[in-house]
Design a protein around this ligand. Structure first.
Ligand code: FAD
Ligand code: NAD
Length: 459
């Protein structure tokens, strides 16, 4: 503790105001605990609201509008080439989308009497957190929740700069580069690659694995790979980017052969946890070799008063996982029985077509030696898909062979991100294929594919 610091006592201090942190704090407040959030940016929303989920989905909506206008030609409706004005686009994203939601969160915090302190939190032991910044103070807490999230991983030996962007820089859309190199064919490379391609960039995507979205069911990835194969100028799989440097107004990349030149590069090679410099060594909390804070089934660290949630605790690094963990931890601190024991964390890649999945994939089930039945419903047979001019989708179910219990759901197609909610509900609640088959699904909707696939699993 520094002499002269303000010292305060609270029931719960939350370090980090992202989706994990604010969900935990709001629930703590609802449960009658005096709760304070310390955030290094002095605002709520974290990476998700300010440099992740929300701004990327706003830009993907723009890409979607452009793509739909192009597709309309097939239906006999012509709009002409899009005229994109970046200033109004950025203003809409920053003010009407992100700004509005940020104001909403600040309002909720006020209503729940959760104070947000602007500063960096550093632990000084198992009961005390020092806040560094414009209002230095020491907070003595009953419990602490670490929700410090993650940051973009850098390419070894590559210095980000004006033209070598991470996702945060790319979301600002500084311009529409004529030639954009995207390093990484994961979530961000594909989502933002499609945004820039829609805005008019010639996108070259380089992925070191043999396929896009490595680890995801190839049946689901294939329709997306076909789509980006048409939208992007080039896709180089099985190719690792080692060197990247700015040369004048260009970026030079080395991936075999003579160096290639681009106007900008987006590096999207994963994220790493923000656990360094948190003073955790003054507590009993443990950090693993990759920097993730180790937690048990209640998200408690090895220090019984300190919990950790969200990206800083491991994969999948998704906002809704962080939020659920936050709510669970609040219950645990309030003395209620709760655990982070969800069966599924659904995942959605918000590309066009969208890819979404939850539970056990066919490949994982077979690798584990589980006897499963697999159903595929191709959207070519869906009335609703036909009316949308989109027959490129697929609904895939994985069920236990002996019981018919659904253990995995995969989707690709427009709206897959919304449709996966039914899959998550079914798998989380151990529904049988016959339960889904006997549930009336509105016609004509894409959700009927779920029912049709389930019917095909019945004997
Ligand atoms: P964060 O949101 O990272 O928040 C952590 C907060 O802690 C930040 O405000 C930070 O300033 C603060 N902080 C850090 N260290 C300190 C400290 N020492 N003291 C005080 N404060 C500190 N996920 C999805 O589920 N869906 C999506 O569509 C999606 N899209 C994404 C798109 C992009 C481009 C990116 C980059 C990510 C996306 N994600 C998405 C992932 C999602 O953003 C994260 O999983 C989520 O934000 C994690 O929440 P969190 O609460 O763990 O941490
Ligand atoms: P990612 O892990 O999804 O993909 C990174 C890709 O980069 C991998 O396919 C990897 O093989 C490849 N790669 C790594 N090093 C490389 C190299 N040197 N050369 C070529 N390829 C290389 O990571 P991301 O796209 O950066 O996203 C980070 C995380 O953020 C995601 O894993 C996810 O948790 C979260 N996110 C979620 C969403 C969503 O929910 N829709 C959207 C964006 C981000």
């Amino acid at each position: 503790m520094v002499m002269g610091d303000l010292v305060r006592e609270v029931d719960v201090v939350v370090v980090g105001g992202g989706p994990g942190g604010y969900s935990a704090a709001f629930r703590c407040a609802d449960l009658g605990l005096e709760t304070l959030i310390v955030d290094g940016d002095g605002r709520l929303g974290g990476a998700c609201l300010h440099e992740g989920c929300i701004p990327s989905k706003a830009l993907l909506h723009v890409a979607h509008v452009i793509a739909e206008a192009e597709r309309a030609r097939e239906l006999g409706v012509e709009f002409g080439p899009p005229q994109v004005a970046l200033d109004p686009l950025r203003k809409w994203k920053a003010e009407r989308v992100v700004g509005k939601l940020a104001k909403g969160l600040a309002g909720v915090a006020r209503a729940k009497k959760v104070e947000v302190v602007n500063g960096r939190g550093v632990f000084e032991g198992a009961r005390s957190l020092r806040v560094e910044g414009e209002a230095p103070q020491t907070i003595r807490f009953g419990h602490a929740i670490v929700a410090t999230g993650s940051e973009p991983a850098a390419l070894p030996g590559v210095t980000p700069g004006e033209r070598i962007m991470d996702s945060t820089a790319a979301l600002e859309v500084p311009d529409v580069p004529e030639r954009l190199l995207v390093v990484g064919g994961g979530y961000i490379g594909l989502e933002l690659g499609q945004v820039y391609a829609a805005l008019g960039s010639r996108v070259t995507l380089v992925e070191m694995a043999d396929g896009l979205l490595p680890g995801v069911d190839p049946d689901l990835v294939q329709p997306l790979a076909r789509a980006v194969g048409k939208q992007f100028a080039e896709i180089r799989l099985g190719t690792r980017i080692d060197g990247l440097r700015e040369v004048g107004a260009e970026v030079e990349a080395a991936f075999g052969g003579p160096p290639a030149r681009f106007d900008r590069a987006l590096v999207a090679v994963g994220r790493r946890p923000r656990s360094a410099g948190l003073g955790l060594e003054t507590t009993r909390a443990r950090v693993d070799g990759r920097g993730f804070i180790a937690v048990d089934g209640s998200c408690r660290t090895d220090d019984p008063r300190i919990f950790a949630i969200g990206d800083v605790t491991g994969e999948p690094m998704l906002a809704h996982r962080a939020m659920r963990q936050g709510k669970v931890v609040a219950e645990v601190i309030a003395g209620r029985p709760a655990a982070f024991d969800n069966v599924v964390v659904p995942a959605v890649v918000f590309t066009d077509p969208e890819v979404a999945w939850c539970g056990v994939s066919e490949a994982a089930a077979r690798a584990a030696g589980r006897e499963v039945k697999v159903a595929r419903f191709a959207w070519a047979a869906s009335g609703r898909a036909a009316t949308l001019g989109r027959a490129d989708g697929l609904t895939k179910l994985v069920a236990e062979a002996a019981t018919g219990r659904l253990i995995g759901v995969g989707l690709v197609g427009p709206g897959a991100g919304e449709l996966i909610a039914e899959g998550a509900l079914a798998v989380e609640n151990a529904l049988l294929a016959e339960d889904v088959a006997a549930t009336i699904h509105a016609h004509p909707t894409l959700s009927e594919g779920f029912m049709e696939a389930a019917e095909s699993l019945l004997g």
